[in-house]
Design a protein around this ligand. Structure first.
Ligand code: 13P
Ligand code: SF4
Length: 323
């Protein structure tokens, strides 16, 4: 514990020395989340914080696509990520070439891309979305057909919410009697979050049988049957807000497990249950030790080619105008 306290002290000293701000995603381990982050939040909130940042250096304690988005939104700052190994199973599920193929197959259909993607994919996108604003972004398009990529489960969950049917290009046979005749349609992709994919309806049933009064909160990256069996579904920050504002005897959080540790530390009067084995291996790459090194060495700098960044920025800006 003393070692952690020393690291926290040193990181906070280096922050001042290097004129840096630390942005921390809600999934950061408690020592980072409570000890060194200047701002914490979900993907959408951190986009806004990144855009507003006025320090020379932004240290992004989160995964690579988030740091890349910060660089696109605030290109004059030096953006650092403490580990080069902080990927994301959703971001690596789709390439820019895949999106170009989808656009060729479905010409004129607007492309909504989850923020959990890399810059070159965003550059092929009309408008980005996060788990916090996906339904709003879709509603803003005024189009019955939408290419909604790459998270299959988020697409299925938002399709249900917005009254759309979902089809997939690999199983979709174009024919006069085929799916093209369906009017309100999402064209999806089979990307998945490797962490939220682990939650099952049986998990919910087992906890409900032990604690019938539990309120279940599920992130929209969970399988649709899990999101439907839950009492509430929303972004990481929406889940935190719910726990803080809605009184319940106990809560079950179906999301990355560090987040529950962070809320427990802030709300010690609440009974919060979680499945402790479900830690995101990518978020877990970001440690106090590496954050200190990142500030000392000013590494690892995140860069995005200018032409890609310019196109990607349009899709992120459009999203941020909506919310
Ligand atoms: P939020 O935008 O809800 O924070 O989600 C980001 C993420 O990666 C969830 O797995
Ligand atoms: Fe990606 Fe899932 Fe990890 Fe979020 S929790 S960063 S979606 S792998």
């Amino acid at each position: 514990l003393q070692e952690k306290a020393k690291l926290i002290h040193e990181i906070n000293r280096l922050k001042v020395e290097k004129n840096a701000v630390i942005l921390g995603h809600n999934y950061m381990e408690p020592a980072l989340y409570h000890g060194v982050a200047d701002y914490t939040g979900d993907s959408l909130e951190l986009c806004h914080r990144a855009k507003e940042a006025d320090k020379d250096v932004i240290v992004f304690c989160g995964v690579e696509f988030m740091a890349e988005t910060a660089k696109i939104l605030n290109p004059d700052r030096k953006v650092l990520i403490p580990s080069k190994k902080a990927g994301c199973s959703l971001a690596s599920s789709i390439t820019a070439a895949d999106v170009r193929q989808l656009k060729e197959k479905y010409p004129g259909v607007p492309v909504v891309t989850y923020i959990n993607t890399y810059a070159d994919v965003k550059a092929e996108t009309d408008v980005c979305c996060t788990s916090g604003n996906a339904a709003k972004v879709v509603a803003s398009l005024d189009s019955d057909k939408v290419i909604f990529i790459p998270d299959e489960y988020l697409a299925r969950n938002v399709a249900r919410e917005t009254g759309k049917t979902i089809i997939f290009p690999d199983t979709h046979m174009a024919s006069a009697t085929g799916q093209e005749s369906i009017e309100k349609v999402f064209i999806g992709w089979h990307g998945k979050c490797e962490v939220h994919d682990l939650f099952t309806v049986q998990d919910i049933e087992s906890v409900r049988s032990q604690y019938p009064d539990v309120v279940v909160l599920a992130h929209p990256e969970c399988p649709p049957e899990v999101a439907q069996a839950a009492d509430f579904s929303g972004s990481t920050s929406a889940m935190i807000k719910y726990v803080k504002e809605v009184n319940a005897p106990r809560y079950l959080l179906l999301t990355e497990c560090s987040m529950a540790d962070n809320i427990i530390a802030e709300t010690n009067d609440k009974d919060i249950l979680r499945l402790c084995s479900h830690r995101c291996p990518h978020m877990a790459q970001i440690t106090l030790e590496d954050t200190k090194l990142a500030l000392e060495e000013l590494h690892y700098e995140v860069t995005v080619p200018e032409d890609v960044a310019a196109k990607a920025k349009l899709s992120i800006d459009r999203m941020m105008e909506i919310n």
